[in-house]
Write a protein that binds this ligand. Structure first.
Ligand code: SF4
Length: 336
């Protein structure tokens, strides 16, 4: 079992150049990972384009078309099957957007969609149909978003999301942080990002210096689904964030053929914890059109979760949740 080597990783490289070198063509990715194209399920051209960082690709096992990391990013003909019960806006984001770029669903916190860009495209993404052109944040910091935050003193936490919020420049993050510092009731900045694990070059000294400007607390939420997604380069990035005193949590999505075994999830929790990250949520798949082939029946979800619960101490057990459009919080999945 040998993953592709990653001699190209080098700390200190401009992360935007690293992103520019990502895989955008299926043939190039499969060639890199020594996978015969005829052994994948891909058919035709996909509107949700392929995008994979070289680091993430380096963790895919050579020659294995069923590698759990590959399956997360591999376009599949099944994405075009219409399945009843799967929707374009699976979690009701667009019904909860009082101003473009700001989603306010839950008490005390709002989510900003800073950008539609991501470092990798995950085929199961619940925002794969999201109209980012209409809903990305206005970076004019005196604009509607800041007015909304100022006018809602019960909001104490701002969640940066996207796309991936760490695809915006440090300068833009710095401008945002300065604007948030001017609103005294915003005390927590939570950053949800897959970039932290798939593009470790992003966690640079400049980035850390930018974060230090925030006068409240910063919390990170990574998105890691499988233990193979953690290796030396992103371990170094997590270490750097932990040294700065930031708390890091992880959310995973339970995905058919990727991490649908208690053994894999136990390994994931242990590896996260060894790298300063607390397992936080295990999400049931959001029922988004194009991702039904990743879904698992409720009985299977509970079977896996009960095994997981019996094998992990409570502090390493992620909460099993689902997001139901219109609810005022995530919904715990009851497995008995
Ligand atoms: S928003 Fe997150 S889950 Fe969706 S494609 Fe981007 S990185 Fe993947």
């Amino acid at each position: 079992m040998k993953a592709c080597e990653a001699p190209f990783l080098s700390r200190g490289r401009d992360w935007k150049l690293v992103v520019a070198g990502s895989f955008r063509k299926l043939g190039d990715l499969l060639e890199f990972c020594e996978i015969d194209p005829s052994r994948t399920a891909f058919e035709g051209k996909h509107e949700f384009a392929l995008r994979v960082t070289r680091y993430f690709a380096s963790l895919i096992e050579k020659g294995n078309p069923l590698d759990p990391l590959l399956l997360q990013v591999l376009p599949d003909g099944q994405e075009y099957r219409h399945i009843d019960g799967y929707h374009q806006d699976a979690v009701g984001d667009q019904l909860a957007m009082p101003v473009p770029g700001l989603i306010h669903k839950y008490h005390g916190r709002v989510l900003l969609t800073l950008t539609g860009a991501c470092a990798i495209h995950c085929r199961y993404c619940f925002r794969r149909h999201f109209p980012y052109g209409e809903a990305s944040l206005d970076f004019n910091m005196n604009g509607q978003v800041m007015n909304y935050l100022s006018a809602n003193p019960e909001v104490s936490e701002v969640i940066l999301s996207g796309g991936d919020p760490l695809m915006v420049s440090d300068q833009k993050l710095a401008n945002l942080i300065s604007a948030l510092n001017r609103i005294p009731h915003i005390r927590v900045l939570r950053i949800h990002s897959r970039v932290l694990s798939v593009l470790p070059e992003r966690v640079s000294e400049t980035f850390i210096e930018t974060l230090r400007r925030f006068e409240g607390q910063i919390v990170f939420v990574t998105h890691i689904n499988h233990p193979n997604e953690i290796s030396a380069p992103n371990q170094a990035a997590f270490q750097l964030l932990a040294q700065e005193g930031y708390r890091i949590f992880n959310q995973s999505v339970l995905l058919r053929r990727v991490n649908d075994s208690a053994q894999t999830l136990v390994e994931l929790s242990n590896k996260l914890f060894a790298n300063h990250i607390i397992p936080y949520y295990l999400h049931r798949l959001d029922k988004v059109q194009g991702a039904a082939h990743f879904d698992l029946p409720a009985r299977e979800v509970c079977r896996i979760y009960r095994q997981l619960r019996s094998r992990l101490p409570g502090y390493l057990l992620p909460a099993l949740v689902e997001e139901i459009a219109g609810r005022s919080s995530k919904t715990p999945v009851r497995c008995g």
